[in-house]
Design a protein around this ligand. Structure first.
Ligand SMILES: [Zn+2]
Length: 455
């Protein structure tokens, strides 16, 4: 198969060093092979107004999209993360492989439409509804891969190791029956997932020890080498109860314990890390690991606010994730990340990085780089990176009279997802005028599937 090369030209595009005019990109087999600045638009080029590199969504549980909006009623006066989790478990018990493919594809369509071009799927539904292993160990994972084929999204699949209901190796609960593996079965699962990944052009398989609640110290020691250089993601310090239980069991806060006992490195992504002290923030920054921040979910679940300003000032890397997928909206994740810092510091323009004066650009570029690092792939409109690109609607009223950084500031703070025009994955246009090319069909399947899951 001879794949012809393709040329895109943008009136303005965001390159790693900032905005440039008349940016031409040549794309061969999904990868950017040349970047030119200031040239003419040739007759062979496709012409667009505003170009950005695609954003990474570093943390998702796709199946939870099915219950978005269903946990917003007060069932008891002490509603919290743990009562929400009961609802997640109820849904987790109904969803089969075909359902997961449909719900996952719907979530991925929404991700692509708002500018996410790659997703880190933190996947823990492994067994059938009764908790029995499927004949094919990666049956549920293969539904996620199939959804990624349907939608074209870049996939970093993170099969989860989950073995215990709490610190000290407590036996798992009945409600966790679909998640639980021993180390041997997990190694088989990982091998099957790697086989699935070989069938996609740029899928990546990492590993995900679920949390310090669900994995013992010995298990964590055995798991880390299985990553073999690929991403390692772990939920950590999301909830105060978890922090208290960790202190009771180990005498240390979760992040302190992890930094002292695991080989935390730039391949690691510490998801949430909400409850950290200043030493822990500096420790994460020194390790080079990425903080995986999920501002919409963290707000929805009442987790708390990660001290991102202090972390960024210490040189820490962060990215964003849609986690529970209660709302899939890239600009809203970035906006809420910044607003959380403003609301707790009584200052404006908190997450400014280096000598960049634009909050929008600081947020966008930092999250795109951190997210790509956490998902194990290159990013940016640069030679060698996948041609994962987002264009914006130049006719949106939020962009009247805007150029350069003011476009990103207006996109994130004044316009939002409606300003997305096209999205390319590996040079192929999967979203046009804000709509995924297969939305209609995937949406129809979703409408047919959902009522059976949440009855
Ligand atoms: Zn999560």
């Amino acid at each position: 198969v001879i794949e012809s090369s393709k040329k895109l030209v943008f009136d303005q595009a965001l390159l790693p060093g900032g905005w440039q005019e008349r940016v031409g990109l040549t794309i061969d087999e999904g990868v950017i092979t040349t970047v030119t600045i200031g040239g003419e638009v040739g007759a062979d080029a496709e012409h667009h107004a505003i170009g950005l590199p695609g954003m990474a969504n570093l943390h998702s549980h796709a199946f939870q999209r099915a219950m978005a909006g269903l946990a917003e009623r007060r069932e008891n006066p002490a509603d919290d993360f743990w009562s929400w989790r009961d609802l997640v478990y109820r849904l987790a018990h109904t969803i089969g492989p075909d359902d997961l493919r449909v719900v996952g594809a719907m979530a991925q369509v929404e991700m692509l439409e708002c500018g996410f071009t790659r997703v880190g799927e933190f996947h823990y539904l492994h067994h059938d509804q009764d908790g029995h292993p499927f004949a094919e160990v990666a049956e549920m994972s293969s539904a996620i891969f199939a959804a990624a084929v349907d939608t074209g999204i870049g996939l970093t699949h993170l099969p989860v190791f989950y073995a215990h209901a709490g610190f000290g190796g407590q036996a798992p609960e009945e409600g966790q029956r679909r998640f639980v593996c021993d180390l041997d079965r997990y190694a088989l699962l990982l091998e099957s997932c790697r086989e699935l990944a070989r069938q996609l052009p740029d899928a990546i398989v990492g590993i995900a020890p679920h949390s310090l609640r669900a994995v013992t110290s010995e298990e964590l020691d055995a798991l880390a080498p299985l990553a073999a250089g690929a991403p390692i993601h772990i939920h950590i310090a999301e909830q105060l109860r978890e922090v208290e239980e960790c202190r009771a069991a180990t005498g240390a806060n979760p992040v302190t314990w992890l930094l002292d006992h695991a080989p935390v490195s730039p391949e690691w992504c510490l998801v949430h890390a909400t409850h950290v002290d200043e030493d822990e923030l500096h420790g994460i920054a020194r390790s080079g690991a990425v903080a995986g921040l999920c501002p919409i979910t963290e707000a929805n679940l009442g987790d708390g606010i990660f001290p991102a300003t202090t972390f960024a000032d210490a040189g820490g890397s962060y990215g964003i994730g849609t986690d529970s997928n209660v709302l899939i909206d890239m600009t809203e994740e970035l906006r809420l990340l910044e607003y959380g810092q403003r609301l707790t510091s009584n200052r404006r323009n908190a997450l400014i990085q280096g000598n960049c004066r634009s909050t929008g650009r600081s947020l966008y570029q930092t999250a795109a780089r951190g997210g790509a690092q956490a998902l194990g792939c290159p990013t940016g409109l640069v030679v060698g990176a996948p041609a994962d690109i987002v264009s914006l609607r130049s006719d949106h009223i939020a962009f009247v009279g805007r150029r350069g950084d003011h476009i990103l500031d207006s996109f994130i703070f004044a316009a939002g997802a409606q300003a997305v025009d096209c999205v390319w994955r590996r040079g192929e246009r999967v979203v046009s005028q804000g709509r995924h090319r297969r939305r209609e069909e995937i949406e129809r399947q979703f409408r047919n599937t959902l009522p059976g899951l949440i009855a």
